[in-house]
Design a protein around this ligand. Structure first.
Ligand code: HPA
Ligand code: ZN
Length: 328
């Protein structure tokens, strides 16, 4: 209980949270009603009971199905504002949030509605709640390279509302190099680049190498398999790379054997990491404080290490340097 209070009181920043993964069942019902859509669930409890998955593809099917209720600019406003209000209540001062525009463009929702709604929510949350945030446009890596390029081109007119591009969804046979041209174009526009690297298969070390060495990404999302490669650990340290680790995801979606303690392993290897919630609405509605409480117990994190993780986050953010200095 003491430790939970310590964690709750820590000033925090979060960088690995998918806005569509914060879409709570209650809000899904509210948005479906507003948009005149039928949901195949009797109530919130039945919907939540359907959140059963055993690997990344089975998780993603539920996650993509759930986001279909998002139609209007107001829907995206409500989604983002709810996350930011939750963040503020957990003493998260700053967040960089992913979104998956390809999925919304597919349904005919214009990029202006998606980014416009999220941006208004960010502005209101900063003004009313004091929580700052930025936005990372994620490529859905199992869709075509052309689809990702179309999303980037649709996003670039809103470049001022974006801080980076990322890479999520099904990693199998979708290596980081599939997006080399997209990353180059994003970089040329002044955006940062990050990529999920969490394939629970042998190609993962090649994916990590591509991201870290070949494409020189600015952060890695997940990435715990790096512990299998001393060379890649050295390369990540030489580049001062930060890993956004999500212990809940690793323990459930990824189906990792429980004995593998990635958080402890990465800290002891001298890597720089932060702890994040990923898709809280689909992971027992556990937001960052809940995730940290569990990680603390599981990885025997000391108070000093918890402070270090929080400091890592403020160091790794792509925020204004004046604001960073004020947070540190
Ligand atoms: N990994 C891959 N795809 C995702 C994730 C994730 O952590 N969250 C939402 N889509
Ligand atoms: Zn993720």
């Amino acid at each position: 209980a003491d430790m939970a209070r310590f964690i709750a009181a820590l000033p925090k920043a979060e960088y690995h949270v998918h806005l569509e993964g914060t879409l709570e069942a209650e809000m899904k019902f509210a948005l479906a009603k507003r948009n005149g859509l039928d949901l195949p669930f009797a109530d919130v409890a039945a919907m939540k009971a359907s959140y059963r998955y055993h690997d990344l593809p089975s998780f993603l099917a539920i996650y993509y199905d759930g986001m279909q209720v998002l139609r209007t600019q107001q829907d995206f406003y409500d989604l983002a504002y709810a996350y930011l209000a939750r963040a503020a209540s957990q003493n998260i001062l700053y967040a960089e949030m992913f979104f998956d525009p390809q999925e919304h463009l597919k349904r005919g929702v214009p990029m202006a509605a998606v980014i416009g709604g999220i941006t208004r929510a960010r502005q209101d949350a900063a003004a009313k709640l004091g929580v700052r945030s930025q936005l990372i446009l994620c490529f859905v890596r199992d869709l075509t390279a052309q689809s990702a390029m179309a999303a980037l081109d649709a996003g670039l007119p809103f470049r001022d509302q974006l801080v980076a591009v990322g890479l999520d969804s099904d990693e199998k046979d979708n290596p980081p190099t599939k997006f080399a041209a997209h990353f180059a174009k994003a970089r040329a526009a002044g955006l940062k680049v990050t990529a999920h690297c969490d394939l629970n298969q042998k190609d993962i070390l090649d994916h990590l190498r591509q991201a870290i060495v070949e494409l020189q990404v600015d952060r890695i999302d997940h990435g715990g398999n790096i512990l299998e490669s001393p060379e890649l650990i050295a390369a990540a340290k030489a580049r001062n790379l930060t890993f956004t680790v999500c212990p809940t995801f690793s323990g459930t979606v990824r189906g990792e054997a429980p004995p593998v303690d990635v958080v402890r392993g990465m800290i002891d290897a001298g890597l720089t990491l932060t702890i994040n919630s990923d898709d809280p609405a689909y992971m027992g509605s556990e937001y960052l404080n809940d995730v940290l409480v569990k990680a603390q117990a599981r990885s025997a994190l000391t108070r000093k290490e918890l402070v270090m993780l929080s400091r890592n986050a403020f160091n790794a953010g792509w925020m204004d340097e004046g604001y960073r200095a004020a947070c540190l």
